[in-house]
Design a binder for this molecule. Structure first.
Ligand code: CP
Length: 318
């Protein structure tokens, strides 16, 4: 798999990015190639490629975010867009205005791109049908987080030179994770072998049908793995107790040096953030030499620039 942009058709035939599901492998690779160029732009003194000059991007986040919202804001600005971050907590949503009415109101102001995060799975798809601009899913409930999976793939490819035939273990709260879902779809599409490692209570029934190998014992699951992707416990989406105690969870499923030693010697550690140190990951591993966690954040800006640029081709009068 090459990172050379000249090898691939860079056209992206979709008006929205609502999920990884439905994307063709060459479309995913095209976005990763485009992101390689965006990394170079972001590392320059003048971080600007004004393909969105004159365009309006609204970030509409109904759930908290540090990484996704700030990187979409930087990405839009680096492409020359006027970026507005809608403060949902101070908006009329708090007075009972619905998602659709909020979207229709914003749509009347003629944005070109709406970046949406919502706690309900499917909310972003619904919204995309109600507005005339392009919509990007920045995470919808337990469903998908497509730009996270793209930035994870970009990070992996830059270190391993490929995605195909790598063994990737996704560990932790699989049931409540949109990151796991988007990553499973993307990694399978690009030919990786995907494992999930979790206690039974955090594994959705029928997960095998997504093309993953299931492990309940972390040491067993980590044997021969190239990439270890850790997930936090998504307590805000839990309804009831899924683990006996944090202490016990950390003992069996927290990634420390001892468990990491079961993976390949050159295995790399990832985490989408936010991390809960001492719950799913030992600080020594999170900050250790095998960790790519900070680099994932840099790749987040690049991938979001790539997605915005790809969608720009579908904007009116582009
Ligand atoms: N990975 C991720 O989505 O982080 P934020 O919730 O901070 O955006």
């Amino acid at each position: 798999m090459s990172a050379n942009p000249s090898h691939r058709d860079s056209t992206f035939p979709h008006r929205h990015l609502l999920g990884i599901e439905g994307l063709q492998p060459h479309e995913i690779l095209g976005l990763l190639d485009r992101a390689e160029e965006a990394i170079e732009i972001s590392r320059q003194v003048e971080k600007i490629k004004p393909v969105l000059r004159g365009r309006t991007q609204i970030n509409l986040f109904f759930e908290n975010s540090t990484r996704t919202q700030s990187s979409f804001e930087l990405a839009g600005k680096r492409l020359g867009a006027d970026v507005m971050n809608m403060a949902v907590s101070q908006s009329s949503v708090k007075k009972g205005e619905t998602l659709i009415d909020t979207a229709a109101t914003l749509n009347a102001m003629h944005p070109d791109i709406l970046v949406v995060r919502h706690n309900a799975a499917g909310a972003v798809h619904l919204l995309a049908r109600k507005v005339s601009c392009s919509v990007i899913n920045a995470g919808d409930g337990q469903h998908e987080h497509p730009t996270q999976a793209l930035l994870d793939a970009l990070t992996i490819r830059r270190h391993k030179g490929k995605i195909a035939r790598l063994t990737v273990a996704i560990c932790g709260d699989i049931t409540h994770s949109r990151v796991a879902r988007s990553n499973i779809i993307l990694l399978n599409a690009l030919g990786a072998r995907v494992r999930v490692i979790a206690p039974s209570t955090l594994l959705p029934s029928g997960i095998e049908k997504m093309g993953v190998e299931v492990f309940r014992d972390m040491k067993e699951g980590l044997k021969g793995v190239d990439i270890v992707m850790m997930l936090r416990l998504q307590r805000e989406r839990m309804n009831g107790a899924f683990i006996p105690s944090v202490r016990e969870y950390y003992r069996y499923y927290g990634l420390d040096q001892e468990k990491l030693a079961y993976a390949n010697d050159d295995a790399l550690v990832m985490h989408p953030g936010p991390m809960n140190r001492g719950v799913e990951i030992d600080p020594a591993v999170a900050d250790g030499p095998q960790s790519l966690i900070r680099e994932q954040v840099e790749m987040g800006v690049a991938v979001r620039m790539a997605v915005l640029e790809a969608l720009a081709a579908h904007l009116p009068n582009s």
